[in-house]
Design a protein around this ligand. Structure first.
Ligand SMILES: [Zn+2]
Length: 342
């Protein structure tokens, strides 16, 4: 038994409840951007992404899980939005599909990615051990710089032949090739992994790609670039000398838009649990608390506060766990057939 699209839409709604600060970051943009993505893709986004993973990932297949946001000095070891989502996706791919998750991020962000994944119940090993056993992941540092990224992308795809790639809160370039924060601050490629080369390369190699974003500057959001230009305060003009706007041009096969990128990942794990009829493919509340706290122990900060606290985009660890409760109930009831007798 599997979930239908009604359940998929409920998951999508649960992960798109905006809780932004009254001031300081763009506000009132989540649902309009979600609707643009939903309209364009014609089906519930998490439902589509999980379906794609289920179709493409066979036991033993490698899957690239790419994340890592934030740059020094504001967020020197990354932010809490990204690594927990990567951990949830890696866990769901391994537990649910028998896939082999390969975590990819900048070296500075990798401690949080690894600790989050371990907290999710997957050991992170070197390549030899990763190949020999189950219930584990492997981590690969992706270089900074555009040319370096291009070479690395080609080499990694050639070596590991992934069946799919999932990008979580991973910034992509705008029309001018510049990366931006959602507030328009430009970031040159020497500070950031040019992971978009993986997505570009995947397109020519016929590898399935899923992008998860919460602003419009993340890989995958190229699918709704017109909406991002229209809706985001710095969408049309970033205000930096490039004047290209904060939205990325990089597209994926499926875009999952969410109020927080981690929530998009949790939504995909929930939908995969639903498609496979096994609720355990979505981690539980206690695991969620461990994951968020582990990401902070790895140096990741809440991006909204820029503080080393167990918050994600300004929302508490308790809220993350509560969202997991909501998703579990949606799946449990979405799989249940019950006759109350009258
Ligand atoms: Zn710019």
């Amino acid at each position: 038994m599997a979930i239908d699209e009604i359940v998929g839409d409920s998951i999508d709604r649960a992960i798109n409840i905006e809780m932004r600060f009254r001031a300081g970051l763009p506000r009132g943009v989540t649902y309009p951007l979600y609707e643009a993505a939903r309209k364009k893709q014609k089906k519930p986004l998490t439902w589509l992404a999980a379906k794609l993973l289920k179709e493409k990932v066979k036991p033993g297949d490698n899957v690239f899980v790419v994340t890592g946001a934030g740059t020094p000095p504001g967020l020197p070891a990354g932010e809490t939005d990204g690594p927990p989502g990567a951990a949830a996706i890696a866990r769901a791919i391994e537990f649910g599909l028998g896939g082999k998750p390969i975590l990819i991020s900048e070296e500075r962000n990798m401690p949080a990615v690894i600790k989050s994944t371990e907290a999710a119940g997957l050991a992170v090993y070197d390549e030899a051990l990763f190949k020999q056993r189950r219930s584990c992941a492997m981590a690969i540092n992706f270089p900074l710089g555009d040319a370096e990224g291009k070479n690395a992308a080609a080499a990694l795809i050639e070596k590991y032949k992934p069946a799919a790639m999932v990008f979580i809160e991973k910034v992509g370039p705008n029309t001018k090739g510049i990366y931006h924060s959602i507030m328009g601050t430009p970031r040159t490629p020497d500070k950031i992994a040019s992971a978009y080369h993986l997505a570009e390369h995947a397109k020519t190699a016929g590898i399935a790609t899923i992008g998860i974003g919460d602003g419009g500057n993340e890989i995958g959001c190229g699918l709704i670039k017109e909406a991002v230009a229209e809706i985001q305060p710095f969408g049309k003009d970033c205000g930096c000398p490039c004047h290209g706007g904060v939205g990325t041009v990089t597209e994926c096969d499926v875009l999952v838009f969410a109020a927080v990128s981690n929530w998009g990942a949790y939504g995909i794990a929930a939908a995969l649990a639903g498609h496979l009829g096994d609720r355990e493919i979505l981690h539980d509340e206690a695991t969620e608390l461990r994951i968020v706290q582990a990401s902070v122990a790895g140096g990741a900060m809440d991006g909204a506060y820029s503080r080393l606290i167990p918050y994600v985009d300004g929302t508490s660890d308790k809220l993350q766990a509560a969202l997991i409760t909501v998703l579990h109930q949606i799946i449990e009831n979405g799989l249940k057939e019950y006759d109350r007798g009258f």
